[in-house]
Ligand binder design. Sequence first.
Ligand code: URA
Length: 195
Amino acid sequence: IASAREAALTAPTLEALRDLLEKFDGCALKQTATRLVFADGNPQARIMLVGEAPGRDEDIEGLPFVGRSGKLLDRMIGAIGLDRSKVYIANVIPWRPPGNRTPTPQETQICLPFIRRQIELVDPDVLVTLGNPSTQALLGTTEGIMRVRGKWRDYDTGKRTIRAIATFHPAYLLRSPSYKRLSWQDLRAIATVLA
Ligand code: URA
């Protein structure tokens, strides 16, 4: 983990960070994944959304959120008045866990320095964490999504503070559509801050 952190911190650009990840052998998930899923969208975006880990479709295409939950994420982005060309999307874990299992705490810790550097390099005005794993990894809380969602927090890069907010993961909303109403409240709050 120490060497992963050092490697991540030496990446001066997003391209360099992506190259580092392509060469990084410290995470076992890479061995079972088809390819790296680094990011989609606009590196100049004012808003960055971070999910958990790629699924089957993402692993095939090499882009985050292209499957069923990605379609709903596109609608969530639309609810903020934006589209994929105006946001930046990544995951805490850039390789698909076998059978879409939840990443282990160790895998998350190994990958964390890379996503933290990615956030620092994109330097968005607003960071949105999608669901529990991303929220707990990045916003340092152990509370569940129901309690943390929709409240503004500070994300500290070490150099700068970025406004951050958690909301439901689209895959969760597909299973529990009754929470969409609450999620749309969160998206309205984000739209207001970006306006
Ligand atoms: N779920 C995620 O958290 N990320 C993806 O890229 C796809 C599904």
